[in-house]
Ligand binder design. Structure first.
Ligand code: AMP
Ligand code: ZN
Length: 116
């Protein structure tokens, strides 16, 4: 684990976060600068940079985590969600520990993903 990775420090408990969900290999917490209400980040507990070094063997557990977090948000009254992952700086990735954004949505909330 890179010493200076803030997301690794969330996983190890060195820095406290607003915990949402955890499984064997994944951890989910509230985004500190939410783009929408309920904005959640899902990260692998092990440090991978992005999709390019993320192991295929974790793909099914990743989708379990995505659906578990989405279920929590849908139960809260959200009606849908966007799943976003930025890969490399050119695509807007700022934290170099791969993470998957869950952006809960409601009809007519006015939120727009840039370019989509
Ligand atoms: P990205 O642009 O895809 O790399 O997204 C990084 C995300 O991490 C942004 O949505 C930030 O708001 C979020 N973030 C950065 N630092 C923290 C932190 N200390 N706690 C929670 N979320 C963070
Ligand atoms: Zn890390």
């Amino acid at each position: 684990m890179p010493e200076d990775c803030i997301f690794c420090k969330f996983v190890s408990g060195k820095i406290k976060v607003d915990f949402i969900y955890e499984s064997d290999n994944f951890f989910a917490f509230a985004d500190a600068n939410p783009k929408v209400k309920g904005h959640t980040l899902i990260i692998p507990k092990k440090h991978f940079v992005n999709s390019m070094d993320f192991p295929d063997s974790l793909a099914s557990e990743l989708f379990e985590a995505i659906k578990a977090v989405a279920k929590i948000r849908l139960k809260e009254g959200f009606e849908g969600f966007n799943l976003v992952q930025n890969n490399f700086e050119a695509a807007g990735q700022k934290v170099m520990h791969t993470h998957f954004h869950i952006l809960p949505r409601k009809k007519g909330d006015g939120f727009r993903l840039n370019g989509l």
